[in-house]
Design a protein around this ligand. Structure first.
Ligand SMILES: C[S@@+](CC[C@H](N)C(=O)[O-])C[C@H]1O[C@@H](n2cnc3c(N)ncnc32)[C@H](O)[C@@H]1O
Length: 287
């Protein structure tokens, strides 16, 4: 989804810029469905297992989760509700969504999601993005408890976001942006107070050395959570595929059977304090 043609300093270019910040999510999810978007499914399956282990290890009943570059909140939505990515993407196919007013979409989505809130959900979710309207949608539908339209790439966090980051135990990021915005990632981590675990799911090729160096500077152990890469979305065109293959290979990935098959691929990386690095293979799957 995110492309910078392998140049970390280059402006992030996406083919979805015009739908990242609308008053509701329907155009975004219709486009994602069309593009064969899968990352949110695989990433949040991993994030839920990571959350379960984090709670066990730290003895927490309730975790403050920050969904960085959250957009409309698909990561938070799938983590805290018993709905699948297919449920979400399939929902907006209904022709009712063609002409419904934004207020009606928000009311319907809030009602729909509330029926699927996971039993015993005591965690809190905060969305962070530059897309203020997308965040407001996430807040109004109950996906986020709090949200902040801070651009950490340009500025330090606002007082409100600082308070949330100070109490945060888990940062998740689904969609690749964190690895492309090291300055923002740096400011975010710098404001945290509880050494949160950080789970990201960059596209192969966007898994930038800057981001890994940064995580190591914060004394995190960084591991691939699941060695098997998963599909992110279909390539829009042959040029995009060719660039993705070059970028992924430049990061040391074997692209045969992966990007060669017509899809961007991604992987989850988990960063944790060394003393909390329990073997991932021993964990219980997330509830
Ligand atoms: C690929 S989308 C992913 C959105 C969401 N996580 C998902 O999977 O649907 C990238 C997101 O990064 C956000 N973004 C771009 N620059 C940002 C920045 N400086 N700080 C925070 N978010 C940013 C965009 O607004 C957009 O919502």
């Amino acid at each position: 989804m995110i492309e910078n043609q392998g140049k970390p300093g280059q402006k992030i270019v996406t083919i979805f810029d015009d739908i990242y910040n609308l008053p509701d999510c329907r155009s975004y999810y219709r486009a994602m469905s069309h593009a064969g978007f899968r990352t949110a499914h695989y990433a949040t399956t991993g994030f839920r297992t990571i959350l379960t282990e984090l709670k066990r290890l730290r003895g927490l009943n309730a975790v403050s989760v920050v969904d960085f570059a959250s957009g409309y909140g698909i990561a938070a939505a799938l983590m805290r509700h018993d709905v699948s990515l297919d449920d979400v993407l399939g929902r907006y196919v209904d022709p009712w969504f063609d002409d419904a007013a934004t207020e009606a979409v928000i009311a319907a989505d809030k009602d729909w999601l509330s029926g699927f809130r996971r039993a015993g959900d005591t965690d809190t979710y905060c969305g962070v993005d530059i897309a203020d309207q997308a965040l407001a949608y996430g807040g109004a539908t109950g996906i986020f408890d709090t949200f902040f339209a801070d651009n950490l790439q340009d500025d330090p966090p606002s007082a409100g976001l600082k308070t949330v980051l100070n109490d945060c135990d888990l940062v998740v990021e689904c969609g690749s942006v964190a690895h492309m915005l090291p300055r923002a990632f740096d400011r975010l981590l710098d404001a945290t107070g509880r050494r949160p675990w950080v789970a990201t799911s960059p596209i192969r090729g966007n898994d930038s050395a800057e981001a890994f160096d940064l995580l190591k500077r914060f004394d995190y152990r960084v591991e691939v959570y699941d060695a098997q890469p998963f599909r992110h979305r279909r390539f829009a065109e042959a040029d995009e595929q060719a660039r993705a293959i070059v970028n992924a290979q430049a990061r040391g990935h074997d692209t045969d059977g992966y990007e060669s098959e017509g899809y961007f691929h991604a992987q989850i990386y988990l960063a944790r304090p060394e003393e909390e690095a329990t073997p991932i293979s021993d964990w219980r799957p997330g509830s």
